[in-house]
Ligand binder design. Structure first.
Ligand code: GLV
Ligand code: MG
Length: 349
């Protein structure tokens, strides 16, 4: 194990010090764009006003013959726009691919002070993070980066899930993690062909009634991703980094997307990917706390200003622990309100 005294030391002479705390930022949706498409790049300036994070995707879904164009397109869109409070991230290719090294060296040479986070796919263990950590430090030092680039891992291999806690604590650059249900399904040999979401055949059936042979039995679909999201949320919360739901591939089913996002939100995730413009508003709605919940949270905090003791509100017992839950909702509502005047008025902030 690394000596704790060295954990926050830069890994290269001249690189900026790694962060001790994550920047406080609203990241309800990470909006994916394919940067090799000029028409898409032309819309980035509008997108910046609509989303919390713009991500230039260089990995899966970018055709092999467009990999270099995507990298160049990302550099171009980074130069061409002022992102303000909106995050600019990239998803590089996997470390064992022919493109990852050039993705990093070219991006760091051209835009070392323009993007915030590298999303790393197919992370199997802390060794992947250590490699990227060291390489980023060298490139930051060489190209005069003023602030450290953060790392966001995709949890999308069975080995990665086994090592999730070690991944979460592998570097002070760790920003967070996203569930990658498509690659993870393949890695685990799950019998699905979907990008996230549920499956109608994954269900439980109520007991048969011996007095009513053959009568229909109640049955309910279960959440295929519950276990992994729970494991990821615990690993991230324990490490002080952020968990995200990843992609939902059925653009024709906004209701199912909303439910999947909401389950993740309720379990502790802070955001999800939007792969289609229609998913931006879904993520915005789901990952901004419900005004009624915020109003109730405010009642708790008002009734117990110092967070101690116990009170009854609307027949429900409140104590130190519910005060802390209320603080989570209120802190998030304040963050949303800073960015969104309409939500600010709905929260009464
Ligand atoms: C995302 O990359 C996934 O594989 O689901
Ligand atoms: Mg993937």
């Amino acid at each position: 194990m690394k000596n704790p005294r060295q954990f926050f030391q830069p890994l290269a002479v001249g690189a900026p010090a790694p962060p001790q705390q994550l920047p406080v930022r609203l990241e309800r949706m990470i909006h994916f764009v394919p940067p090799h498409i000029e028409k898409v790049r032309a819309k980035v300036s509008t997108l910046i006003q609509q989303v919390d994070v713009v991500l230039g995707n260089l990995e899966d879904a970018i055709p092999v013959d467009a990999k270099e164009a995507a990298r160049r397109g990302f550099i171009e869109m980074a130069h061409a726009n002022d992102f303000g409070a909106t995050g600019l991230w990239t998803r590089i290719n996997a470390l064992n691919s022919p493109w990852a090294l050039d993705d990093l060296t070219e991006l760091m040479a051209e835009i070392p002070n323009k993007f915030d986070v590298v999303m790393l796919p197919k992370v199997d263990g802390p060794w992947d993070i250590h490699y990227l950590d060291q390489l980023l430090a060298q490139l930051e030092a060489r190209h005069g980066a003023r602030k450290p680039i953060l790392i966001h891992a995709i949890l999308e291999t069975a080995q990665g899930v086994n090592n999730v806690e070690a991944i979460a604590t592998a570097s002070p650059r760790m920003h967070g993690m996203s569930l990658g249900p498509a690659d993870l399904a393949a890695s685990r040999a799950m019998k699905t062909t979907r990008v996230g979401g549920g499956h109608p055949d994954y269900r439980v059936l109520s007991d048969a009634d011996p007095a009513a042979a053959g009568a229909p039995r109640a049955s309910a679909q279960q959440d295929l991703w519950h276990y992994t999201i729970a494991k990821m949320v615990d690993a991230c919360a324990a490490a002080g980094i952020k968990p995200f739901y990843g992609p939902f591939g059925d653009f024709s089913d906004p209701a199912a997307c909303e439910v999947q996002f909401r389950n993740a939100f309720l379990m502790g995730c802070v955001g999800a990917w939007s792969l289609h413009p229609s998913q931006i508003d879904i993520a915005k709605t789901v990952f901004s706390p419900d005004p009624a919940e915020v109003a109730f949270a405010r009642k708790i905090v008002t009734a117990m200003p110092d967070g101690a003791g116990a009170v009854m509100i609307d027949g429900k017992m409140q104590d130190d622990a519910t005060w802390k839950q209320a603080k989570v909702l209120l802190d998030l509502a304040r963050l949303v309100a800073e960015k969104d005047p309409e939500m600010a008025s709905r929260y009464g902030l």
